[in-house]
Design a binder for this molecule. Structure first.
Ligand code: NAD
Length: 470
């Protein structure tokens, strides 16, 4: 029998006002039905979160952290079930899905030990100034389809431990693991602390505009992020935007091209390239360009592209048809302007499969270089001069991440300082850690997640400045 999923509103698992199909990207066919909320249910979810805020925010940090730890423990216990559903709705290979689920438990637990600190700013005779951190109220958490669970935990961990309540809205093509997590929330948390509603891209705007939402924590595309920011402006709501990227990897001339090719392949093709901080452009010096291209094309051609549920699969399908069509169009255009040395055409089978595709000799103004591909295709570009390559890497509206690959770590680090992005890794990629702040620059985002800086985004600085009466 088909598994049944419910919304979570005020501690109750409820049916949607209607429903829609969720497609398995490995088959292109519907495999489950998702409840769809209407505007009445959205209002009920916000009202429940608002009502729960008073008592939840009054509990101690320790009590809230204990409950977040219970969420992590319950998820850990059901990790295999969550990973299997994640693969079916999202497409990623099962080992990567297990990695995402276990990653969620690390994120939740990391926030359990991050208590916002009260700071004594002045403590003089007759004048004491103290900064407290207070919760904001109801947080709307809006997530995309590439990492539906862990990107939710990046928001839920800090929001809950600091005393906020939540209304969660997952992406319409990957709503089910979030709804399954609702079962855990229902069992562990007081009613109304976390509410989950689903839509078909029609309730996000209503949710962000709702007057009782205090903060919007959004991860998704830059285009939607701009709408969210505009909507937040009307009531000066707090907003965190984690948006798109076009991360450059710069290979320096002292590296072994074989070693760099393997690492850059992994940084570009994990989750079929659907990672905000995936490597989306690789810049390689002329002296090792041919060797690098040959090696990365060889690695790409060895990928096992199949249903993520099959053992041994290394690259699953692209998550949805719209993204599949977009990536196919970028590849078609790249064929006209550069040379495909691996992949290059979707697989002739059901589902949204594109084999890892490597393109060399593209001009800098090709759409595949300028735009965010968000799929399993990587342009490899040639350079001769470090100043020139730094300028090319920085010539982007995005500023999310990037990497420098070099044997001489201090030289690579000096070049990293010149890259205009929120994070630059040296000799590693995708090294995201819940205790290290993560944020985009330029049009990749506003505000940040993770680390103590990310925690503070869910609080208001509240200053008490007291003097003695004369
Ligand atoms: P998207 O912007 O299409 O959708 C994201 C979410 O916003 C979905 O839940 C969607 O239903 C909702 N939404 C749609 N219209 C809305 C509106 N008007 N108001 C509020 N919410 C609305 O993004 P996507 O295609 O699901 O995700 C892919 C994008 O996400 C890529 O650009 C990727 O780089 C980015 N991303 C960024 C990060 C990061 O941390 N910076 C992480 C993962 C993904």
């Amino acid at each position: 029998m088909e598994q049944e999923f419910k919304l979570l509103i005020d501690g109750q698992a409820v049916a949607g006002a209607s429903s829609f199909d969720v497609v398995n990207p490995a088959t292109g066919r519907a495999f489950a039905s998702c409840p769809k909320a209407d505007i009445t249910q959205l209002n009920q979810a916000v009202a429940a979160a608002r009502a729960a805020f008073r008592s939840w925010s009054a509990t101690s940090f320790e009590d809230r952290a204990n409950m977040v730890e219970c969420l992590a423990a319950a998820l850990e216990e059901r990790a295999a079930e969550f990973a299997s559903l994640l693969t079916t709705e999202q497409g990623k290979p099962l080992d990567q899905a297990i990695g995402e689920v276990i990653g969620c438990t690390y994120v939740l637990r990391a926030f359990c030990s991050m208590e916002p600190q009260t700071k004594v700013l002045r403590n003089e005779a007759g004048n004491q100034v103290i900064e407290h951190r207070t919760p904001l109220g109801v947080v709307a958490a809006i997530t995309p389809w590439n990492f539906p669970l862990v990107l939710l935990m990046n928001k839920m961990g800090p929001a809950l431990v600091t005393g906020n309540t939540m209304v969660v809205k997952p992406a319409p093509t990957t709503p089910l693991t979030t709804l399954l997590f609702g079962e855990i929330c229902q069992a562990v948390l007081p009613a109304g602390v976390v509410n989950i509603i689903c839509d078909q891209n029609d309730l996000g705007a209503e949710l962000t505009a709702h007057p009782d939402i205090a903060k919007i924590a959004f991860t998704g595309s830059t285009a939607t992020g701009k709408k969210v920011m505009a909507s937040a402006a009307a009531m000066v709501k707090r907003v965190t935007l984690e948006l798109g990227g076009n991360d450059a990897a710069i290979v320096l001339d002292d590296v072994d091209p074989k070693v760099a090719a393997r690492k850059i392949y992994d940084g570009a093709m994990t989750n079929a390239g659907q990672i905000c901080v995936a490597i989306k452009r690789a810049y390689v010096p002329s002296s090792i360009y041919d060797d690098f291209c040959e090696e990365i094309a060889r690695i790409a051609s060895e990928a096992i592209v199949d249903d993520g549920a099959k053992q041994g699969t290394t690259v699953g399908p692209v998550q949805n048809k719209m993204q599949f069509d977009k990536v196919c169009a970028l590849i078609e255009d790249a064929k006209q302007r550069g040379r495909i040395i691996a992949g290059g055409a979707p697989l002739d089978r059901e589902g949204f499969f594109i084999p890892p595709t490597i393109v060399r000799d593209l001009p800098e103004d090709a759409p595949l270089v300028r735009e965010e591909q968000f799929g399993p295709v990587l342009p490899v570009l040639k350079y001769d001069d470090v100043d020139d390559v730094v300028a090319r890497a920085n010539d982007s509206e995005f500023g999310l991440g990037g990497t420098i690959w070099g044997k001489d770590v201090s030289r690579a680090t000096d070049i990293a300082k010149r890259i205009d992005t929120g994070t630059v890794w040296v000799n590693q990629h995708l090294a995201i850690d819940p205790t290290i702040p993560f944020r985009g620059s330029k049009q990749s985002g506003f505000g940040g997640e993770l680390g103590e800086a990310g925690l503070e985004e869910y609080t208001q600085a509240h200053i008490i400045n007291a003097v003695a009466l004369a």
